[in-house]
Structure formats: structure tokens, C-alpha cells
Design a protein around this ligand. Structure first.
Ligand code: NAP
Length: 321
């Protein structure tokens, strides 16, 4: 971890967000490194002292004014909120968080989302409240195929977890995967997308948001799923063309949607998704990373860069993830 540099200076890290109060993260950084020179909110001090920034939707134009910046760290697995700044200094390494705790949270959410719909669990909430002993049809998981679009760190963890509870799983990625876990079938690239989609009774979106994946979940894609499929979006809100969802539900092409991410967050009070019994809305909580993990990964990456080594989990900006 970055303790002091060769001149004895403590790491100088700024925490930046144009949308969130980041005080909770400051507490973790001070715990991870008590002597840290931490800059937060309006009190950034001299910008030419800042070596690392940890960001969630950073204010645009600010990073370009930090001449000694060595590291841009996303506090999340996704990074699309950072290159949205047209003035981002693209020569500075941009890293994301990869964390087993984050993967564990996502596995739990995705397994819950699949099971609650496939097993009709919401009907039991109603029958329990009404004191009714009432079984829902039980279809073996063997007969319910789950597809995961985005077979990366989180997608692969979810694929293994779903396979372990009996679902036949298929995953779709950009590049071909070798040595997939038992019970997981791989598809890749645009050429195999339709074949992949045709076998998804539930489709889980765990793609990064890039120019290629923006609007991925649209009417044309829904039409390629088996009729009555369940959509789970735990990627980003802009993966979904929101206007296409309710018409696909009305037509019966989709039976339900479980959504954790939205184009506008918080979801506005008058948004048509609220109150639609076919749509389950959760407020971007599928998983979280412990703030101490974010602090430690940032400080470790800064230490690596100070020593001329590559940081962990650096993003390929040209690829977009
Ligand atoms: P990752 O390890 O980078 O994996 C991304 C996967 O998507 C890879 O399999 C990649 O293919 C595939 N992919 C990317 N572009 C593609 C394309 N054009 N066509 C087909 N496949 C494509 O990312 P991760 O850590 O698993 O995270 C995935 C996303 O989850 C994040 O970017 C974020 O948006 C979302 N997320 C949401 C929450 C939440 O609470 N809702 C929390 C954390 C993360 P290759 O394997 O071939 O590279």
C-alpha cells in the first residue's frame, strides 16, 4: 500500500463525485492510511499536489487540471461515468474495482432474481399475507435456461452460482471462453448472439456500458428471446431502451422484468415502471463494495504506479471496459 514516496510524502488522494456525498469513503481512506493527505468535496486545495482520484461521476474538466495525476480509480466495477468527461487525461491509468465481496453480492442478487420469478415467490408473499395455503406450479430448474450477457468477472460468478443450483446456464461475451465451468455453455460475438438469445428463458444483462452495448436491450432483442422470457438488468440503465419494455410485456413477449439500474437514478416518481406489477424495481443495490476494499485497492494501485509497476484492473479505454 502507498505509505510515503521516496521524498517521505504521504499519498495525496482526492475523492470526487458530482452526484454523491462521499464522506463515507473518506472514513475508509483514513482508516486504511491514517496519515493520508485526503481531499474531498469543495476543499481540494492545490490541484497540482493530487496524485490519485477515486471517482463516481466526477465533475467534468477537473481531472484535466491535475498535472501530477498518476491514477484515476473508479469506485465501481463499471467506469463509463469517467470517460463521459471529454477532458479526461486519457494517458493516466484508469482502474476499476474487482472484488470477491462485490461478486458475492451480485451472485446472491441474480440467484434471488431468477428464483423469485421462476418459482413465483411474489405470489407466496400475497398468499401468506392472505393466510392462503396455495402452491404455485413448480418447474424444475433443469427446464429453465438462464442466459448471461457479459461473461466477465461478475457474469462468470453468477453463471457458476446458477449452475450450482441446477439451472442450465449459457453466457455471451465478446471473445470466446475456454474451460467454462460445468453446466455453462459459451457463446461469443455478434454472430452467435441470436443463437444465445433463443435459449434464454431468463436473460441477465451484466455487460459494461460501452458505445457497443448502449441500448442492447431493445424490442429487436426481446423478439429473439423465447416467448414469455424474464429480463433481469443488473448492468446499467442505458443498456435498456426503456420505451421498448412495457410494449414487450403487453405483447407477452416478456413476462416480467427485474431491474436494478435505470437511465435516470433515482427513478423519477412519475416513471411508468413504478407500480407495474410485471416490473420489480430495486434501487441500484444488486451489490456494493466495502469502502475499505475501495480504499485499499486505490492505495495499492497508487503504490504500484509510484514504483513504476502496472496497477491492478486497469481498463482498456479504447475498448471501453
Ligand atoms: P467485466 O469483467 O469487464 O466483464 C464484462 C463482460 O462483458 C466480458 O465478458 C466481456 O467480454 C463482455 N462484453 C463487453 N462488451 C461486449 C460486447 N460488445 N459484446 C459481447 N460481450 C461484451 O465486467 P464485470 O466486472 O463483470 O462488470 C460488468 C458490469 O456490471 C459493470 O460494467 C457494471 O455496469 C455492472 N455492475 C452493476 C452493479 C449493480 O449493483 N447493479 C454492480 C457492479 C457492476 P470479454 O470477456 O470477451 O471481454
Amino acid at each position: 500500500m502507498a505509505s510515503t514516496d521516496d521524498k517521505g510524502r504521504a499519498p495525496c488522494v482526492a475523492i470526487l463525485s458530482a452526484v454523491l456525498d462521499m464522506e463515507y469513503l473518506a472514513v475508509a481512506f483514513r482508516e486504511a492510511h491514517p496519515g493520508i493527505d485526503l481531499r474531498l468535496g469543495e476543499e481540494l486545495g492545490a490541484l497540482d499536489q493530487i496524485e490519485a482520484v477515486v471517482c463516481w461521476f466526477p465533475p467534468h474538466g477537473l481531472l484535466a487540471r491535475m498535472p501530477k495525476l498518476r491514477l484515476v480509480q473508479s469506485l465501481a466495477a463499471g467506469i463509463e461515468h469517467i470517460p463521459a468527461d471529454a477532458e479526461l487525461p486519457r494517458q493516466v491509468p484508469l482502474c476499476r474495482i474487482v472484488d470477491t465481496g462485490m461478486a458475492a453480492g451480485m451472485k446472491a442478487y441474480v440467484c434471488w432474481a431468477v428464483v423469485q420469478q421462476h418459482r413465483g415467490m411474489r405470489a407466496y408473499v400475497a398468499s401468506s399475507a392472505a393466510r392462503r395455503w396455495e402452491e404455485q406450479p413448480i418447474v424444475s430448474p433443469r427446464h429453465h435456461r438462464v442466459g448471461i450477457a457479459g461473461l466477465g468477472t461478475l457474469g462468470m460468478a453468477c453463471a457458476e452460482a446458477l449452475a450450482a443450483i441446477g439451472y442450465p446456464v449459457r453466457g455471451w461475451s465478446r471473445s470466446a471462453k475456454e474451460a467454462l465451468p460445468a453446466g455453462v455453455e459459451g457463446f461469443h460475438g455478434a454472430a452467435q448472439l441470436d443463437e444465445f438469445l433463443s435459449g434464454c428463458d431468463t436473460l441477465v444483462c451484466l455487460l459494461p456500458l460501452t458505445a457497443e452495448t448502449h441500448g442492447f436491450l431493445d424490442a429487436a432483442l426481446f423478439a429473439k428471446l423465447p416467448r414469455g422470457a424474464h429480463l433481469i438488468n443488473v448492468g446499467r440503465g442505458d443498456h435498456l431502451v426503456e420505451a421498448d419494455l412495457q410494449p414487450a410485456l403487453d405483447a407477452g413477449q416478456l413476462s416480467a422484468a427485474t431491474l436494478d439500474a435505470f437511465s435516470q437514478e433515482p427513478l423519477p416518481p412519475d416513471h411508468p415502471f413504478w407500480g407495474d406489477p410485471r416490473i420489480l424495481v430495486t434501487p441500484h443495490i444488486a451489490t456494493r463494495t466495502d469502502s475499505l476494499v475501495i480504499a485499499r485497492q486505490t492505495l495499492d494501485n497508487l503504490a504500484s504506479l509510484r514504483q513504476g509497476r502496472r496497477p491492478a484492473n486497469q481498463v482498456d479505454l479504447a475498448r471501453g471496459y
